[in-house]
Design a protein around this ligand. Sequence first.
Ligand SMILES: *Cc1c(COP(=O)(O)O)cnc(C)c1O
Length: 348
Amino acid sequence: MATGTLHIDLDALVANWRALDALSGPGVETGAVVKADGYGLGAGKVARALQRAGAKRFFVAVAEEGAALRQEIGTEPAIHVFSGHMPGDADILHDLSLIPMLNSIEQMTRHFESLPGHAFGVQLDTGMNRLGLEPTEWGAARAIVMAQKPRLVMSHLACADDPEDRMNAEQLSVFHDMTDDLGVPRSLSATGGILLGPDYHFDVTRPGVGLYGGAPFGEAEPVVRLSLPVIQTRDVAAGETVGYGASWTAEEHTVIATLAAGYADGLIRALGNVAVVFSEDTPCPLAGRVSMDLLTVDITHLTRVPDHLDILCPLQTIDDLADAAGTIGYEILTSLGARYHRRYAGGA
Ligand SMILES: *Cc1c(COP(=O)(O)O)cnc(C)c1O
């Protein structure tokens, strides 16, 4: 088989959810963000494992994701849609019982006209300038909106991955001003906000990346291991080059292994010539550029040719790999390609 195997440890995922739930403290409900197909790991499998662990509320980016998720987790859990109620969403929101997090006056008008009485939430903008009603808009709309009894009022922090950033306290203060007297459940924090402490937790938290083993949740258990089969090896003489653009030159006799994954599988080109892969505990550097379907790796120092090498493993987390490529763990995760064989363990 010439595709990589993405091992997904659902027990580690559940342990991360439980740890974030414990940090969220008593009286706070811990939801789970499973947008982008569960950050690339399979929203259905992820959500069902978390549902068995006690999660009752899930968040997705768009209504279509919510519809697919509903088929996987049954009618009971709440599914919130961050993008709110877009044109054409009414049927899917209604039929699959999804809760749009309304972002604008326009969305509110659309929702109350097309689906009167249907559950909704409200998204407020406390400074990120991305989604939600700004304080002046909210001031004008809130009496009408509150009369319709939103299920959840939320906002999102721009800098929660950095506890020192003063924007956290500023957004917290704006959120208090906008919501303190509403008397409905509130939510402000994703993974980073949970780590900022109880002031940021309100009634419902919305962890995403921490569930999947990523920063800023430093104590997270790694959830993924990505093993790539060796298709071929070859001896390269000193002075010969490897790969596109001949960007890597052998300084001495070198053994190169060619692995079955490339940038089409989410191993972005920025990894070329800088990242390493692991044979058990031994790092092996990439030699040359990342191709669409292939990587070339220097394995000269190994005592035998392995049948696979790991690019994600406990020795190299999603954040380590992201650092090598100049990106973030979120992007590494959500780029993990469709060609990998996804093998799940645990989660029962
Ligand atoms: C993606 C997202 C989350 C989850 O964020 P993490 O940093 O992955 O925990 C929570 N809330 C909103 C609005 C989001 O877009």
